[in-house]
Ligand binder design. Structure first.
Ligand code: OGA
Ligand code: MN
Length: 297
């Protein structure tokens, strides 16, 4: 069995979104397999593995091939009782701790609707996410796609004037900003301290490919040295530019799909589904080695 990675849509997106076959990721990887996946990630930004039937322990072991894992500390209920045992697994479900679909007005559910806005995982942490790995344990009968935008294409297609203007800009990212866009402001004083803004460069250079990309997220709410409304207007324009349909791959989930994406080169968002149905996804997250501020240096 040899690993093979092919573009999902060779005609319209030959370099964004790849489908991996010829690998059983429930078994330990050889160094060659791990490096083939890293190379695939560098090329495609998003990789899809179908029929990967496993539990959290296997997902954790597979994910650790690509670096240190971050804790799920961006969760609203971090530090409280959780549905999922491992602190390194993010609960991307609409289930409460008794495995019941959360009520429409459940605070944790409303907070999680932030995933419907374009973002890069953990851009609100000083050291943001490298790879995210999302496993579909149970999916609704319709809807609930995840969309991915190619932020390298978003950067490459800016005009030279804009590229020059944004080259050295630094943004403030916080979950307080992204949630305020949705009108969610039900934060405790403790949440406000935990979610205090962090700095991220707006233009990043990928450490392996050397390609530049826009490092944006709905968590970005300010640009250092800029008046806030002007900063937010620019950030909106850039997100609008980078998420044109021609730069977007929409993943239609099948149960037991594993989708892996590079948060340094992509943004993503969840799409809606019937709130009475179960959608149970588990995410592991590989951390970057350093902050984007340190990358610049
Ligand atoms: C995530 C995320 C989107 C989705 O897991 O980080 O944003 O479709 N998920 O659930
Ligand atoms: Mn996410």
């Amino acid at each position: 069995m040899t690993i093979s990675i092919q573009p999902i849509d060779p005609v319209s997106r030959p370099f964004f979104g790849g489908k991996v076959s010829g690998i059983d990721i429930t078994r330990p990887l050889t160094p060659e397999q791990a490096s083939a996946i890293e190379k695939g990630m560098d090329q495609y930004g998003v990789l899809v593995f179908h029929d990967q039937h496993f539990e959290d322990e296997t997902q954790l072991t597979f994910s650790r091939n690509f670096g240190e894992l971050e804790e799920a500390s961006g969760d609203l209920n971090w530090g409280k009782a959780r549905r999922i045992a491992s602190a390194h697994v993010n609960d991307i479900s609409n289930l409460d701790n008794d495995n019941q679909v959360m009520a429409r007005d459940n605070r944790r559910r409303l907070f999680s609707l932030g995933n419907r806005l374009w973002h890069s995982d953990s851009s609100f942490k000083a050291v943001p996410a490298k790879f995210s790995l999302l496993s579909a344990r149970l999916i609704p009968s319709a809807g609930g796609n995840t969309e991915f935008a190619d932020m390298r294409a978003g950067y490459d297609t800016l005009d030279d004037e804009t590229k020059a203007e944004i080259e050295d800009l630094v943004c403030e990212h916080s979950q307080l900003y992204s949630r305020s866009l949705l009108g969610f402001s039900d934060f405790t004083d403790e949440d406000r301290i935990r979610f205090k803004p962090v700095l991220q460069r707006l233009v990043r250079r990928h450490p392996s490919t050397g390609r530049k990309s826009l490092f944006l997220a709905s968590h970005a709410g300010a640009i250092v040295g800029w008046p806030v409304p002007e900063a937010r207007a620019l950030l909106r324009d850039l997100i609008e530019h980078a998420t044109q349909r021609k730069f977007v791959y929409a993943h239609e989930w099948k149960q037991w799909d594993l989708v892996m994406w590079d948060n340094r080169a992509t943004m993503h968002r969840a799409r809606p589904f019937d709130a009475k149905e179960v959608r149970d996804m588990h995410r592991t997250t590989v951390a970057c080695e350093r902050s984007t501020m340190a990358e610049a240096a």
